[in-house]
Ligand binder design. Structure first.
Ligand code: UDP
Length: 469
């Protein structure tokens, strides 16, 4: 009968590999440590689903299974729509199909909870229809979550654009954040995506619980306030770091890394979707060259839109005609450049890697911390500027680059920051030591008696009890 079946959780992630990767790891933990089964219900926004399929199909069946929803059309969307609009819409349009899948799951399993991310809160209504507990998973940190809970109040009490706020936003336990460092959707309050964001903030209060991808030693102040319900928020469960554990694939970049001295290589990557403009690409190339450091750079072809590759992780334009003339030849003894996807976790865990110039996507930041790799913070879109503030000003595992009056990070700036990070005796040294310390704390949080292990056990307990009345 239903009662003998293990508790079952459905996870409905929004499109994008960066949104799927952490919940896949979460699912593995639920299966292994708590005997909870998981079904992924995956929306299809029409972009290539191959990386997603590959990731999901490798998971142990039948404990983890996946349902791919039918592809949606976005022909009616203007070409200049922001990524967030497309993500939100792909979720809204998937709700009827989600309802069918949930119905089938309630009939065949002991479905106890639906876990969704911030873009999928429409699904809360469907969860309620089936008497299933609605949970939210944050693919961001407790600072961003605190700001999200605060947003409705900030909206009510502010008349200007946030970038023009005279003082930074200061929340309990959190580092002060300037309005200009809030996420992209909060930068133009007249834009429809801002209204969407505001609505997300309001709806997140309906969650039965919020699973946060952070850990107590990383954000003690912010998590304490959230745990005490400072925002009258639902219970929060910091279960992080929830990061990819590298597979054992072989990749030419790893054999290249094998040949480099210990801790000598700077890994340079702007995430699954980030792209630079042509001018910025040139400055970065020349800055890396000027620094004299060894580097491994995932250099996707330039684009004037910063998140141009969010929906198609491949950029196929090869050879590297967008790099400065002679750059590859001049740097061939110290640098490796690829144009597509790198096995990031394996690169960060490789002994030759000593630094990470990153766009500060939260998954990347956590992966770097878990492997004790110090960062250069170069945020470009979404909530990455807020992450950079956290990493550089609060946690102190990163040096943040400065943008010049032309809106670019210049070559001297890049070269200087790279040298400081890799071998500097002042800031660099402190940061390198601090990230090693946090690496150990991350490991502790996930140990048997660790804070994050206990947090996950708490939710699991709620879910198990829910099916044994
Ligand atoms: N990633 C990777 N190889 C790449 C680019 C990205 O393996 O070349 C992985 C990375 O390890 C991380 C995720 O994709 O797990 C990117 O998530 P993040 O939050 O850092 O940034 P996003 O891509 O969502 O902006």
């Amino acid at each position: 009968s239903q009662d003998q079946k293990p508790p079952h959780v459905a996870i409905f992630p929004s499109p994008g590999m960066g949104h799927l990767i952490p919940v896949v790891e979460l699912a593995k933990r639920l299966v292994v440590h708590h005997n909870i089964n998981v079904t992924f219900i995956v929306p299809n926004d029409g972009s290539t689903m191959e990386p997603q399929k590959k990731l999901l199909q490798a998971l142990p069946k039948p404990m983890i299974s996946s349902i791919f929803l039918p592809q949606m059309s976005f022909d009616d969307l203007p070409a200049d729509s922001v990524n967030e609009t497309r993500i939100a819409l792909s979720v809204t349009r998937s709700v009827p199909a989600l309802r069918q899948s949930l119905k089938a799951l309630t009939e065949s399993t002991r479905l106890v909870a639906l876990v969704v991310d911030m873009f999928c809160l429409d699904a809360f209504d469907v969860a309620k229809e089936f008497n299933v507990l609605p949970y939210m998973f944050t693919f961001y940190n407790a600072l961003v979550l605190s700001l999200a809970f605060h947003l409705p109040k900030l909206d009510e009490t502010t008349t200007c654009e946030y970038k023009d706020l005279p003082k930074p936003v200061k929340l309990p336990g959190c580092v002060p954040v300037h309005g200009r460092d809030l996420g992209d959707p909060a930068q133009d309050r007249k834009h429809t995506i801002y209204k969407v964001l505001l609505n997300i903030s309001k709806r997140s209060y309906e969650a039965a619980g919020i699973i946060v991808n952070s850990f107590l030693d990383l954000e003690p102040g912010a998590l304490k306030a959230l745990k005490e319900g400072f925002y009258n928020n639902p219970p929060v469960y910091p279960v992080g770091p929830v990061v990819q554990t590298g597979s054992s694939s072989s990749d030419p970049c790893l054999s290249w890394l094998d040949k480099q001295p210990k801790g000598s290589v700077l890994f340079v990557s702007f995430g699954s979707g980030g792209t630079l403009s042509q001018d910025q690409m040139t400055e970065l190339a020349l800055g890396l060259e000027m620094s004299g450091a060894r580097f491994f750079w995932v250099a996707k072809s330039p684009h004037e839109k910063t998140a141009a590759r969010f929906f198609s992780v491949e950029s196929n334009e090869d050879p590297f005609d967008y790099l400065p003339k002679g750059f590859l030849e001049r740097t061939k003894d110290v640098g490796l450049v690829v144009s597509t996807w790198a096995p990031q976790v394996q690169v960060l865990s490789h002994g030759s890697t000593g630094g990470f110039l990153s766009h500060c996507g939260w998954n990347s930041a956590l992966e770097s911390i878990v492997h004790g790799v110090p960062l250069i913070a170069w945020p470009s879109y979404a909530e990455q500027r807020t992450n950079a503030v956290l990493l550089a000003d609060d946690v102190k595992v990163a040096i943040r680059v400065k943008v010049n009056d032309k809106g670019l990070v210049g070559r001297e700036e890049i070269s200087g920051r790279v040298r400081e990070l890799m071998e500097g005796e002042l800031e660099g040294k402190l940061i390198r030591a601090r990230v090693k310390e946090l690496k150990d704390k991350a490991c502790l949080a996930l140990s048997k008696e660790g804070s994050s292990t206990k947090s996950l056990a708490e939710i699991a307990q709620v879910w198990v009890n829910n099916c044994q009345p």
